[in-house]
Design a binder for this molecule. Sequence first.
Ligand code: GDP
Ligand code: IMO
Ligand code: MG
Length: 426
Amino acid sequence: MSVSVLVGVQWGDEGKGKIIDVLTKSAGMVVRFQGGNNAGHTVEIDGQHFVLHLIPSGILRPGVPCVIANGVVVDPVELVKEMDMLKSRGIDVSGIQLSTRCHLIMPWHKLIDAFKEDSAKGDKKIGTTKRGIGPAYSSKADRTGIRGGEMRDLGRFEKHFRDNAEAYNREYVPMGGAPLDVEAAWKEVSAAREILLPHLADTVVTINEANANGVHVLLEGAQGAFLDIDHGTYPYVTSSNTTSGGACTGTGLPPRAITEVWGVLKAYSTRVGEGPFPTELFDEDGETLRKRGGEFGATTGRPRRCGWFDAVVARYAQRVNGIDFWAMTKLDVLDTFPVVKICTGYKRDDGFVYQTFPADLAVLKRCTPVYEELPGWQCETSHITDYSELPENAKKYVNRILDLVGGKLGVLSVGPARETTLRINV
Ligand code: GDP
Ligand code: IMO
Ligand code: MG
């Protein structure tokens, strides 16, 4: 019995989709456990480019069952669109299971998300994906949400839908929220319902039985540790637990079932949306990272903010996730730099140096990163197929990061394609 959890350890977009695809080779089931279609997970296979939002990235390996578990918030209309996109590209989606316990993102959640973002002033803006994620998790927490399983009873589902939709119009429209056309919205949602009905299942049973039967289960995290609602740079976070603990509550697997935790670590840092980013670069180096790394959001197309690698961030993520193996991605993006920098601590304006990420964003504002400089390798690495062939300075960079953050390297990725993946200790 083995269950692996894979999580992002920075601000998302670390390359989780690519690594999930690689690890799915030896998995018997892949499960998404939190977040929603705010995620954009890219997989490149034989020159084909796939971006998955809600469906586990394991779907691209034929025959591996994929599950959307209870911790995910699911927009039924968007899920159907994603299934159609995959079907049109020859991918079999008939076996996807959708939890009866997952919460549904409803049309008013998207309107509330947009209303809040568009009317927020100054530092109150989060820079959300406007996919309705926060409002859907809010409904879940305030116990007015609609769960996947409710779709089975049309009458009950329609009543709950209309009650909540009308409540939105009553509460938000007077404040300036966009009016919701309840009839049009119901038509769209009820059409998606028809398609999703056969996919609904008690996924707590599915996942636990698979594990009990010796199937290797791979749990796919979305976002990253610093977008976690508890551990991230609150309030500039998403609304779920993106760290490995969320994999238990989000699937119904008990903590002792987890046998291995993978942390996906980009060789530098990026962030999309608002919020603190200590090593952010505003110069030519940042521009080079964005261009070479193709750092534009897979979901919203927004340019990602870029900066040097931050060991304070990675260390904190190691602590709260309990990482067994790192998958370091995008090392190739650093190939052209004469000098590469690693942030080892944050220096407060009075001289105190933080080794661990401060919780208070006001404190963070008083800090500047302490950098260590290493010589670059200035040669291409994307063609390399064995770790031993890496340039010495690239190895030194990777090893210095491992010294600073602890744990073992399991995978090193030097390009977007499946083949550009080096397996190391596993
Ligand atoms: P995710 O959200 O964590 O799955 O990551 P995204 O898919 O949003 O962003 C990662 C981007 O980097 C995608 O465009 C990937 O195709 C690409 N990528 C992944 N690994 C590598 C790598 O090792 N090198 C390069 N150059 N690109 C990579
Ligand atoms: P993947 O899984 C990067 C960010 C948004 C915003 C904040 C809150 O591809 O790594 P939300 O819409 O979740 O309420 O937005 O979180 N965000 C992501 N950033 N990658 C993601 O997912 C993200 N999902 C949400 O930009 O700052
Ligand atoms: Mg992404």
